[in-house]
Design a protein around this ligand. Structure first.
Ligand SMILES: [Zn+2]
Length: 180
């Protein structure tokens, strides 16, 4: 995640802009199981002052999740912003647990020369991920009827005590995990 490092000591006071493209591996890094893939453009604008850094993160794009009902991929639009304030040359090094949603306040000691904004970027998107994912959450979209039929017949087969195709068993496991 070094690409999200900002060596602020090397930068002059004033506005600096950074751009990033996120894909699925960004969410893998944070061990996120929900997001299967992503395509997000992130813009971070840092305003540097003598004793303060203000970082505004803005991102838009899509994330791919799996429907809890029919197991199809669902592509969600996401758009969010997140603000981080870094107090520099602080005696204590600490993070204020966000008093506000989408804001983090950090206190950096005088020996720190860089920040890493990957965590703030990640945080800005986890609030965008729905608790329950359904195809019909997206306008003009609906669950795959074939998949629903297969899942139904699987349910029946299970209650009849019949042997189940192991591939479907895997899918069921996935579905059950999502419900937990
Ligand atoms: Zn669905």
């Amino acid at each position: 995640m070094e690409e999200f490092d900002i060596e602020f000591v090397k930068l002059k006071n004033g506005i600096h802009q950074f751009e990033y493209q996120l894909n699925g591996s960004f969410f893998d890094f944070f061990k996120n199981q929900e997001v299967k893939n992503a395509s997000i453009s992130v813009k971070a604008v840092m305003n540097k002052f003598d004793n303060l850094l203000q970082v505004d993160i803005e991102g838009t794009g899509t994330i791919d999740l799996i429907c809890d009902r029919c197991l199809s991929d669902v592509t969600y639009p996401v758009e969010n912003n997140f603000k981080s304030i870094y107090h520099l040359n602080s005696i204590e090094e600490k993070i204020d647990e966000a008093q506000e949603v989408n804001l983090d306040v950090f206190y950096l000691s005088g020996s720190q020369f860089k920040i890493n904004i990957s965590e703030s970027i990640y945080q800005s998107f986890i609030t965008e991920i729905p608790m329950v994912t359904r195809c019909d959450d997206i306008e003009d979209n609906e669950c795959n009827p074939e998949m629903l039929d297969k899942i139904d017949s699987l349910e029946e087969a299970k209650s009849d005590g019949n042997e189940i195709d192991p591939r479907w068993e895997e899918l069921k496991k996935l579905l059950n995990n999502k419900e937990k």
